[in-house]
Design a protein around this ligand. Structure first.
Ligand code: AMP
Length: 220
């Protein structure tokens, strides 16, 4: 399985991508998580990415391409992967084609190396509310929604017992900017894959389990 998840911020793509990866035994590769790890680790990449991420803008293609090139070369990604948050621009999509596409051709004949793309559809109105109720575990990265998928106890991670936090770019100003970046820079990526007939669209509104079922059905 080589799958790309496309969806606006707060569409639930991280949650669904993690589940799907666990179910299919392939790595869940989230460029957002990788950047947050770089920030937490105080690396040069983290220092460069932190202010851009906090503003809600996209990190440069150049930086992202370096990260993804390295990650997809690792042994665990050779059998497949679920990409969450990449590609987010046409430049990134075209580069991904050269990484997994013709160069490693698997005979699919579409020049995309067996890639499939799933777009989660969630209207903008639903996004801001979802994001304001989103919390995550700083230790294990588990994602909760205080209304629809709350932790068992207060605002503490079910697995780690760590106090849950809101992401620094989950404030209203940054969310508006992230939505704008999604419409302007990432939706053309969906169109790019639609033209290659690799795109499946799935309604992302509803309980997590129901959306997961729709995703599995659309991929089967
Ligand atoms: P996410 O966790 O996927 O919502 O990503 C959080 C933030 O990381 C985004 O708002 C961007 O600033 C940055 N980011 C993650 N992936 C990419 C990417 N493929 N291209 C550019 N910026 C990215």
């Amino acid at each position: 399985m080589k799958l790309i998840f496309i969806g606006p911020p707060g569409s639930g793509k991280g949650t669904q991508a993690k589940r799907l990866a666990a179910q299919h035994g392939v790595p869940h590769i989230s460029t957002g998580d990788m950047l947050r790890e770089a920030i937490a680790g105080g690396t040069e990449l983290g220092r460069q990415a932190a202010p851009i991420m906090a503003s809600g803008a996209l990190v440069s293609d150049e930086l992202m391409l370096g990260i993804i090139d390295e990650r997809l070369a690792k042994p665990d990604a050779q059998r497949g992967f679920i990409l969450d948050g990449f590609p987010r621009t046409l430049v990134q999509a075209e580069k991904l084609d050269t990484i997994v596409g013709d160069s490693k051709g698997n005979g699919s004949g579409n020049g995309a190396g067996g890639l499939r793309v799933l777009q989660l559809l969630v209207p903008d109105e639903a996004i801001v509310k979802r994001i304001s109720l989103r919390r995550s575990c700083p230790t294990c990265g588990a994602i909760y929604h205080l209304e629809s998928a709350p932790p068992a106890v207060d605002t503490v991670c079910d697995r780690e017992g760590a106090a849950l936090i809101a992401r620094p770019d989950d404030n209203e100003t940054a969310v508006r900017k992230r939505l704008e970046a999604f419409h302007r820079q990432t939706l053309p990526v969906a169109t790019f894959y639609k033209a290659k007939q690799l795109l499946r669209e799935v309604d992302g509104v509803g309980p997590v389990d129901e959306v997961f079922e729709r995703i599995e059905k659309s991929l089967s």
